[in-house]
Ligand binder design. Structure first.
Ligand code: NAP
Length: 336
């Protein structure tokens, strides 16, 4: 009897928040791997705010997911059958295999990971795209100099934010995080060593940010956009760098993205604001991952993964956790 492959496909382009009816859950036959291919079973699925953007039919850095297509996702699979010279049964492989329980791959764009070197979820977090985003966004786009500089990061308790803050700390900067809720803020200071953390849901973020950045901001690493970006722009130091990593506060908008009204602060501070896409650094991933692995080994970076265990059908609900701030660190669905 042929094995069944459960897939989560895009059924409709969401308007505003993503609804259960925007997805279809489909069973198809799982085909055997051909010559030069391997088959695998999905173990872990990465949940990323960018997924919301991939659902829109709009110009972006990557084509949108088509209606009826399997949802795009970075995953880790375990190889169950192989006719591929480089991948053996039992190997764990990271790739963009999509939200489905079973995959067949020719191995292009995949990477074998070693679960004895780090726990599997870390290969989607600090040693995966998340870590790469934090590393290149802060050190290359943000051009962090280190000691004497102040870094502010929004979405600070999330996947990218937790790594940005810790890299900035180990480079000697003063680090201020902005996150939702006192519990997340306490974790950032007490567990991850941030110098200060501000709850943006509190009464006076403007005043709190002013108090926490007496020397103003040299690098603002923005994960959220909207009003928080505006407040940060008003605190820039001379020659500051504003890193546009993402704008999660805007992703579910059904109206136009709210632009920053304080952008003339860039002029006054002779500052720059620059966006980036992590994929552009692919040629340097291995080098960056090795350095981050070293920092993890030395205890200078603590990895934070938020692993939800469940059926693949729980993907839509798990994705929405990102937009409700229900994750701490890297959100991952571990497929039962
Ligand atoms: P994440 O931060 O782990 O998860 C999203 C977090 O965003 C939530 O936990 C929530 O935390 C916060 N959030 C949700 N709605 C918000 C709102 N309306 N206002 C303020 N904060 C809100 O996700 P991630 O994977 O690390 O991604 C962070 C950002 O990086 C995203 O914007 C993503 O698109 C971007 N990104 C960019 C690249 C690139 O190449 N440029 C690559 C990867 C990721 P709170 O509880 O604190 O609200």
């Amino acid at each position: 009897m042929s094995q069944s492959n459960r897939q989560i496909r895009l059924a409709a382009r969401p308007q505003g928040d993503v609804k259960p009816t925007d997805w279809e859950h489909v069973d198809v036959d799982h085909v055997a791997p051909g010559e030069g291919e391997f088959a695998g079973v999905t173990k872990l699925i990465s949940l990323d705010p960018a997924m919301r953007g991939w659902l829109n039919d709009a110009r972006s850095y990557i084509p949108p997911v088509g209606i009826g297509e399997v949802m795009r996702a970075g995953t880790i699979v375990e190889v169950t059958e192989s006719n591929h010279p480089k991948f053996a049964v039992g190997d764990h492989v990271v790739g963009t295999f999509g939200v489905q329980t079973h995959v067949v791959s020719d191995g292009r764009g995949c990477l074998r990971v070693d679960p004895s070197a780090a726990p599997l979820p870390t290969f989607l977090g600090a040693l995966g795209m998340t870590g790469m985003t934090a590393y290149f966004g802060l050190l290359d786009v943000g051009a962090l100099k280190g000691e004497g500089e102040t870094v502010v990061v929004s979405g600070a308790a999330g996947a990218v934010g937790t790594i940005v803050g810790q890299i900035a700390k180990l480079k000697g900067a003063r680090v201020v995080g902005i996150a939702g809720g006192q519990e997340k803020c306490d974790m950032l200071v007490e567990e991850l060593g941030f110098d200060a953390a501000l709850d943006y849901r509190g009464d006076d973020l403007r005043g709190a940010l002013r108090a926490a950045t007496p020397d103003r901001i040299d690098v603002y690493f923005d994960n959220v956009g909207g009003e928080i970006l505006d407040l940060a722009l008003a605190r820039l130091n001379m020659k500051a760098r504003v890193v546009i990593c993402g704008a999660i506060s805007q992703y579910n908008n059904s109206t136009a993205v709210a632009g920053p009204s304080n952008y003339l602060s860039l002029l006054v501070a002779r500052a720059r604001m620059e966006g980036f896409v992590v994929f552009d650094y692919a040629a340097q991933y291995a080098e960056a991952a090795a350095e981050i692995a070293g920092w993890i080994g030395e205890g200078k970076i603590k990895t934070k993964e938020h692993v939800v265990s469940g059926e693949i059908d729980e993907f839509p609900e798990t994705l929405n956790m990102l937009f409700r701030g229900e994750n701490v660190g890297k959100l991952i669905l571990e497929v039962a």
